[in-house]
Design a protein around this ligand. Structure first.
Ligand code: SAM
Length: 242
């Protein structure tokens, strides 16, 4: 009967796993309530409190915010500032600013966006169109992020808005611009300036709505001996290993 059920579920692409055990090792498992069915720390109260900062104005889900926050905290001891390319209404930017404030970091958070929506896209590579995400303003984002001592808004077209930052190092970058050209342009500026052991997180790598994102990332790293780590969240991560 057990085998029959396993096979029936298996044919539908489903797997049956027993998650309740009477053993003491299971009963004493720390954070047992977070196994849903696997350990899901983005549901912890600490992660939920951080996500609550971004949630009112972000498109980024709580598990992706958890990835961002976890990697960012580990990059805070590295030299360099924090870059976010693709800010939209400021959700993830506000969360990043809070992490910097909580850590009493003296890093700056550079925020790059047109704050007027997507620029021209490449219909052969992108599904987004010019003008998508235009329901935002730089003023509203600055108010929401509420960290004038930390956040520097760079309004305009990437890569033009990198001008003047050529001598910066980058400890951590969140690239969330969704389209082929913008991702390539962001990487071309950021990668040579990324500190050893620093991270770049790509929000859109695995999303079928952003085919140009994966194409740009794979193309950029094809000759660099770097293999982007694709996560189940849809994000991809690269680090400059030393
Ligand atoms: C998905 S949204 C960012 C989401 C945001 N991180 C959040 O928390 O919801 C993508 C943003 O990338 C911006 N963008 C894309 N290409 C750009 C470029 N070349 N220059 C400036 N902004 C760009 C768009 O204006 C849009 O606001």
């Amino acid at each position: 009967m057990k085998q029959l059920l396993k096979r029936a579920f298996g044919s539908m692409g489903l797997e049956i796993r027993r998650i309740t055990r009477p053993d003491a090792a299971y009963t004493n498992l720390p954070d047992r309530n977070l196994y849903r069915p696997l350990f899901s720390p983005w549901y912890s109260s600490q992660s939920q409190a951080l996500y609550a900062i971004a949630a009112p104005r972000t498109l980024v889900s709580e598990d992706r915010c958890y990835v961002l926050a976890t990697l960012l905290r580990q990059a805070l001891h590295l030299p360099g500032d924090i870059f976010e390319c693709g800010v939209y209404r400021g959700g993830t930017a506000a969360m990043i600013a809070r992490i910097l404030r909580d850590a009493r970091s003296d890093k700056k958070l550079y925020l790059f966006d047109t704050f007027e929506g997507m620029p021209e896209t490449d219909p052969a590579r992108d599904l987004h169109r010019a003008g998508d995400f235009s329901d935002t303003t730089a003023t509203a984002v600055a108010k929401f992020v509420n960290a004038p001592d930390i956040a520097v808004l760079r309004k305009g077209f990437i890569p033009d808005t990198f001008a003047g930052l050529e001598d910066r190092q980058v400890a951590f970058a969140h690239i969330d611009v969704d389209i082929y050209r913008s991702i390539l342009d962001s990487l071309a500026f950021i990668w040579p300036r990324l500190s050893p052991s620093g991270f770049v997180v790509f929000d859109d790598y695995g999303f079928p709505s952003c085919p140009g994102a994966r194409a740009a990332v794979d193309e950029f790293f094809a000759d660099k001996n770097v293999e982007p780590l694709c996560l189940q969240t849809g994000q991809a991560v690269v680090s400059k290993l030393v």
